[in-house]
Design a protein around this ligand. Structure first.
Ligand SMILES: Nc1ncnc2c1ncn2[C@@H]1O[C@H](COP(=O)(O)OP(=O)(O)O)[C@@H](O)[C@H]1O
Ligand SMILES: Nc1ccn([C@H]2C[C@H](O)[C@@H](COP(=O)(O)OP(=O)(O)O)O2)c(=O)n1
Length: 225
């Protein structure tokens, strides 16, 4: 296994993991793993092939054979599934909900495990997800568990969707978020939970630069930067 250092950023939907991880990786010049994208891609590929979400064997085969490429980085990063840019399709709310369902299946998680670990390369990796600190990189040098109240997360998501020109409303976003939180936290395999040695940051009253500064300070304390 690579000995490159890992910063794990786990937390529920809308807590800011993706944004913070991307900025952190840019600032440090490290690689980035958006593990949620792999579950979203599995869900999208399965939906396109008409597979049932209950069919763990078929879905694990889809996950294991995903032909995916992450091209470029930052805001302009492209996600290619079988050569097609599916960046927008996988970000849709229905794909997030479908990802949460396929992610509850042990065989799917097993099929994606090594693919995630392969992202670990020098000079380091920022890994964003639900089980980065507990399962995928239990030896991560720094584990952050990012949270925010459900209301705050839903209103962030509403603003994000509106900015993208997607229509949405707060009550239905709150309902979807609560459903996804419950499914991600209660599943039997790799549920969403902080690792014992994770540092919890509640970003409810913090803006993005403040969260980033806090994590950078922790990284400095641990001599990672
Ligand atoms: N600390 C914060 N304060 C306000 N808005 C935030 C904060 N962190 C993230 N956001 C915004 O919330 C939305 C969801 O963030 P995102 O990074 O996609 O969350 P996640 O990856 O955890 O689902 C984005 O529009 C992002 O700009
Ligand atoms: N390491 C991971 C990452 C995501 N998942 C699942 C659970 C999530 O509901 C879906 C989508 O994750 P993603 O991080 O892209 O979603 P959010 O941006 O947080 O809304 O995938 C997971 O089970 N384990």
């Amino acid at each position: 296994m690579s000995d490159a250092p890992v910063i794990a950023v786990d937390g529920p939907s809308g807590s800011g993991k993706g944004t913070i991880s991307r900025l952190l990786a840019q600032r440090l010049g490290w690689h980035l793993l958006d593990s949620g994208a792999l579950y979203r891609l599995t869900a999208l590929a399965a939906m396109r092939r008409g597979f049932e979400f209950e069919d763990a064997t078929a879905l694990a085969a889809v996950a294991g054979a995903l032909d995916v490429r992450f091209a470029g980085d930052g805001e302009r990063a492209r996600v290619l599934l079988e050569g097609e840019d599916v960046g927008l399709a996988i970000r849709a709310e229905d794909c997030g909900a479908a990802a949460s369902r396929v992610a509850a299946l042990g065989p799917v998680r097993d099929a994606l495990l090594q693919r995630q670990r392969d992202f670990r390369r020098r000079p380091g990796l920022v890994a964003d997800g639900r089980d980065m600190g507990t399962v995928v990189f239990p030896d991560a040098a720094l584990k952050i568990f990012l949270t925010a109240s459900q209301e705050e997360r839903a209103s962030r998501r509403l603003k994000q969707l509106k900015d993208q020109g997607v229509s949405a409303n707060l009550p239905s976003l709150l309902r979807d978020l609560a459903e996804r939180d419950a499914r991600d936290a209660r599943r039997a395999v790799s549920p969403l939970r902080p690792a014992d040695d994770a540092i919890e940051i509640d970003s409810s009253g913090l803006d993005i630069p403040a969260v980033l500064d806090r994590i950078l300070a922790l990284a400095r304390e641990r001599n990672l930067v």
